[in-house]
Write a protein of this length. Structure first.
Length: 120
């Protein structure tokens, strides 16, 4: 996912961890997809951790590069995340899902994308 925000070009790789998983594999393509290509780029790896309580972990790609590829515990990834940005995303998502629960339950993924992600 790429977008412009606050005079920066953001590159995000978005993944999710299903309930009961305690680790996540960071792959080379995750790093390559988010690696900043200019001084105006911001690269982040965003993980939706579906363990209770569901939360987002947004990690600067530069930190992931230092940690290296491979499996990392969710606690470790949580310690690397931008806690303020992650909390904002978690709070926004919880509010959005609550406010649109009946609509989301009734739609399939293409309908959700059309109505919420790609709408202007």
């Amino acid at each position: 996912m790429e977008f412009d925000y606050k005079n920066k070009h953001w590159r995000l790789e978005v993944e999710f961890v299903p309930p009961s998983r305690v680790d996540f594999e960071v792959k080379d393509e995750d790093i390559e997809a988010t690696k900043p290509m200019s001084e105006w780029d911001v690269g982040y790896f965003a993980i939706l951790d579906c363990n209770y309580p569901v939360n987002w972990k947004l990690i600067d790609t530069k930190k992931l590069i230092l940690e290296g590829l491979g499996f990392h515990g969710l606690n470790k990834l949580g310690s690397l995340c931008d806690s303020e940005l992650s909390a904002k995303c978690t709070n926004w998502s919880a509010k959005f899902f609550t406010e649109h629960e009946s609509e989301i339950v009734a739609k399939r993924y293409p309908g959700i994308c059309k109505d919420y992600v790609l709408s202007e």
